[in-house]
Design a protein around this ligand. Structure first.
Ligand SMILES: *[C@@H]1O[C@H](CO)[C@@H](O)[C@H](O)[C@H]1NC(C)=O
Ligand SMILES: *[C@@H]1O[C@H](CO)[C@@H](O)[C@H](O)[C@H]1NC(C)=O
Ligand SMILES: *[C@@H]1O[C@H](CO)[C@@H](O)[C@H](O)[C@H]1NC(C)=O
Length: 362
């Protein structure tokens, strides 16, 4: 049977090879040049390999911006001619990583039809700037869009994927409320960060902050339900001098029972934070009213940190913030403006009848 077929196949294959314009594939298989081999018209076919690549495994973007997560596919060897390829983007959120770590669907596309899901509905599209470009464009990036995105290309033959990490440019800051240190349950910490226009920091965000020099001797909740603190200079009072610099972790803690501070993550806000020029110092209620009168709101702690970090806000004058704390941002260190590193200085939560300046947000 095979010997009968052989001449026929050889003729057909020679036709394909002699005619460059003809498609060089059939049923997803690529026919190798028959002149290799034993010269008897033998056909060797290999599966076409599907390759999916990203070129940029980590993307950092600003809140509110439109971001593109790169993903390209091609076949090896190259084939021309249309194929029915499906693309699926899914997402493993950075918040809560380690618990309920399930990927959720972001978008599926086949041909020109596509569908997006959940929080991504109407905010995502495929870029399709060139053949094989399946990059995902996300509009109006939210604080909670961070995490690992998987681009999966599905061909009848194969199914290949690549992941892209999306992080927001932001700043991590330690936070406790008016009641003092170590008062937050996990949920309260989450809420406290939200009230500061931020989210509980992820491990990766705190780690990056530590690499950039954050040193803080009070443990705070992270998004994954652990409590940790970053130490750059080991010292007796902060976990001892035996341990190398790094993040000190208490591990997973009981979310209802245990109490810590919070590490919040704030990304650059859309508006601006500014020091209100006002002829007199103000008590807290006057400060709130003065910002409203100026067409804004009293700023919160997350907004002040982001403005300090991303807009270089610098003012050596303590002002009220929305949570009743008094702080000021120093970008360029100078005498009489706090410690020898840049930072947001805090005077805690003074009694509300005391008089200070105010930082507003508009
Ligand atoms: C993001 O994309 C949308 C729709 O394409 C556009 O209207 C908007 O101006 C873009 N935003 C930014 C910050 O580029
Ligand atoms: C993410 O943030 C957006 C806007 O801040 C909000 O509408 C949405 O509910 C949040 N999604 C989740 C899953 O928390
Ligand atoms: C702030 O001063 C106003 C008077 O200008 C007063 O009515 C208000 O009670 C004061 N607020 C506080 C918290 O002391």
């Amino acid at each position: 049977m095979l010997s009968l077929l052989r001449p026929l196949l050889a003729i057909w294959v020679s036709f394909l090879i002699s005619n460059e314009a003809a498609p060089r594939y059939s049923n997803g298989f690529f026919y190798q040049d028959i002149t290799n081999g034993d010269g008897n018209g033998e056909i060797y076919f290999n599966g076409v390999r599907l390759r999916v690549e990203s070129l940029q495994p980590l993307v950092s973007a600003a809140r509110g911006s439109n971001v593109t997560l790169p993903c390209y596919y091609h076949y090896e060897p190259e084939i021309n001619g249309p194929r029915r390829t499906r693309v699926k983007w899914s997402w493993l959120p950075a918040n809560g990583a380690g618990r309920n770590a399930d990927e959720t669907d972001v978008m599926v596309a086949m041909g020109n039809r596509h569908r997006s899901y959940g929080n991504f509905k109407g905010r995502v599209r495929l870029r399709r700037a060139e053949p094989g470009d399946m990059s995902l464009v996300i509009n109006e990036l939210n604080l909670n869009d961070t995490g690992r995105y998987r681009c999966e290309v599905i061909d009848g033959l194969e199914d290949e994927s690549v992941t892209v990490e999306l992080e927001l440019r932001g700043v991590v800051f330690p936070y406790h409320g008016q009641k003092g240190r170590y008062q937050f349950s996990f949920l309260e910490a989450q809420r406290a960060c939200e009230e500061q226009d931020s989210t509980l920091a992820t491990f990766e965000q705190l780690f990056t902050a530590w690499e950039e020099g954050l040193d803080w001797c009070n443990a705070g909740w992270l998004a994954d339900g652990t409590a940790q603190y970053p130490i750059t200079t080991p010292r007796e009072a902060c976990g001892g001098t035996d341990l190398a610099p790094g993040l000190r972790s208490y591990g997973q803690r009981q979310r209802h029972l245990h109490r810590f501070d919070a590490f919040c993550f704030s990304a650059a806000p859309k508006g601006t934070v500014y020091f209100l020029n006002h002829p007199q110092k103000l008590n807290f209620t006057e400060a709130v009213a003065a910002c409203v009168q100026d067409g804004g709101h009293i700023a919160n702690v997350g907004q002040l940190y982001a403005a300090w970090r991303f807009m270089g806000l610098d003012h050596c004058d303590a002002g009220w913030l929305a949570d009743g704390s008094v702080r000021y941002p120093i970008a360029k260190v100078r005498p009489n403006c706090g410690p020898s590193e840049p930072g947001v200085r805090s005077s805690g939560f003074p009694p509300q009848h005391q008089k200070y300046s105010v930082y507003c947000y508009r």
